[in-house]
Ligand binder design. Structure first.
Ligand SMILES: Nc1ncnc2c1ncn2[C@@H]1O[C@H](COP(=O)(O)OP(=O)(O)O)[C@@H](O)[C@H]1O
Ligand SMILES: [Mg+2]
Length: 458
């Protein structure tokens, strides 16, 4: 096992402390021990331990104080508390305050070893995240686009394939999934990087102005056209034009757009002669263009022109494993921008972010982190820093919230189905031991046995 894994043992009882130290050393860990809470706090300040095994009742300060302190100064450290057998209440409190787990005296050494290795396993997740992120940065040039989910890896793969080409790309995805970020990355890592990148948000410009914005106009073309003006396409010549929200382009402009893309030339409004252009087109939409084609709201020929290389960005809720990376990335970024010491987020708070549905996708996450960092003086983001709306959504998801179908429901059958699912899962995680499964479900063993029989689950 890795010698670098550092464990701190805190216990005022000499023989207990020595036994724990020896045991964990024999399991291959680098163990330091402290006989008082004060010594422990000093050590925690100086050294980063992966795991702390602490007695809850110490002569000077309590294990709860140690727990609190660790969360402030070393939030990545897992704390396992040791309690006397009669103190279930303090064990529960310790868990609530963020302990990884508790074990009761007299200590079962095998149990302790298992709990320690579980704590290390859980910890690995977060450190692997930053490791993976560094790897990604090496592998791809798109270092400011964070993601390691299979879905994002597909996106990166495709981006790598097309970044050195002039292919027309259509980026699809909900608002805030990173469509513009991807478009910019393609441009600034491509062969046209020295040339302009011009972004036009088709939905933000009034319809009456859009044509002249895109294609330009000549003097006298309409009231107010007092001189010749080049459009965005001309401005983007030899570079990239990014047509955002392309689904909102009115039908008559769709026809003109198609001509520009097919002929590689643009005609300013009111002009008689076209101008030759060499522009790469990347467009983006959060609308389902194929659906719009079916409804006759978007020209099919234009759709095929734009959709040469499709690039889909899935919503954040479908790539949950990116949330850790993005959170770390934005925390780092915000703290740097605000000139502050690096902030972290504790596990309980992170789990809430991980489960939230993120209707505003990455943009919502980025804004939330900016706001949380700005509003706290602490270096650790906790549940209290998260707006209650987001915390509440998590609670609802957890309480197996069900909605009655409009046509009514067979309640007995539905409840049986839920019971079956919960029992199956409990039995699985209890390794088939009924007493353990019953404990996980908060019922006693005989009730569980009866239910299994009644539901014919055997
Ligand atoms: N994968 C990502 N990694 C880092 N930042 C991201 C990522 N996706 C989106 N963002 C950030 O989220 C915000 C919204 O992204 P944007 O590209 O404007 O989304 P969209 O155009 O799809 O609405 C931007 O600040 C962007 O930098
Ligand atoms: Mg956008």
């Amino acid at each position: 096992m890795d010698e670098l894994i550092k464990i701190l043992v805190v216990d005022d009882d000499d023989s207990g402390r020595e036994a724990l130290t020896l045991l964990l050393r024999s399991a291959g860990y680098a163990v330091t021990s402290a006989a008082t809470g004060e010594i422990a706090l000093e050590l925690i300040d100086k050294e980063q331990y992966q795991v702390i095994v602490s007695d809850l009742f110490l002569p000077d300060i309590s294990g709860f104080d140690i727990l609190q302190n660790v969360q402030k100064v070393a939030p990545a450290t897992e704390v396992i508390v040791v309690t006397g057998h009669a103190s279930a209440q303090s064990a529960v409190r310790a868990m609530k305050e963020g302990a990884f787990d508790y074990i009761t005296k007299p200590i079962d050494f095998d149990e302790l070893k298992i709990v320690v290795s579980k704590a290390l396993e859980k910890q690995k997740l977060l450190s692997e995240n930053s490791y993976l992120r560094r790897q990604l940065q090496g592998r791809f040039e798109f270092s400011n686009i964070i993601g390691s989910s299979p879905a994002m890896n597909l996106v990166f793969e495709r981006m790598n394939r097309i970044v050195k080409t002039d292919s027309t790309v259509l980026v699809t995805g909900e608002s805030g999934t990173g469509k513009e970020l991807v478009a910019r990355a393609l441009h600034y890592n491509g062969t046209r990087r020295e040339r302009p990148f011009i972004a036009v948000n088709c939905s933000a410009i009034p319809e009456t102005l859009l044509e002249s914005e895109l294609f330009g106009h000549v003097r006298g073309a309409f009231t107010g056209a007092i001189k010749d003006k080049p459009g965005k396409f001309e401005a983007a010549n030899h570079g990239t034009i990014f047509l955002d929200e392309i689904g909102t382009l009115p039908l008559h402009l769709q026809a003109k757009m198609l001509r520009v893309l097919q002929e590689h030339e643009v005609e300013r409004v009111g002009a008689t002669k076209p101008i030759k252009l060499q522009v790469r087109v990347i467009s983006a939409t959060n609308a389902d263009l194929e659906e719009m084609v079916k409804r006759g709201e978007f020209r099919e020929d234009l759709f095929y022109r734009l959709n040469v290389i499709p690039l889909h960005l899935p919503p954040l809720r479908e790539r949950q494993q990116d949330i850790a990376f993005l959170t770390a990335f934005f925390l780092e970024k915000q703290c740097r921008l605000m000139g502050r010491q690096l902030c972290t987020i504790n596990k309980q708070a992170f789990e809430i972010l991980e489960r939230y549905s993120w209707p505003g996708n990455v943009r919502e996450l980025e804004n939330l982190i900016e706001r949380m960092v700005a509003l706290t003086d602490a270096n650790v983001i906790t549940v209290e820093d998260i707006p209650s709306k987001i915390v509440a959504e998590k609670a609802e998801g957890e309480s197996t919230y069900v909605t009655m179908p409009t046509g009514g429901v067979n309640m007995v059958a539905t409840i049986s189905r839920i019971e079956q699912q919960l029992i199956t899962q409990a039995m699985d995680s209890a390794g088939g031991v009924k007493a353990k499964a019953a404990a996980l479900l908060g019922i006693n063993r005989t009730t569980l046995v009866e239910k299994i029989k009644r539901l014919k689950m055997e």
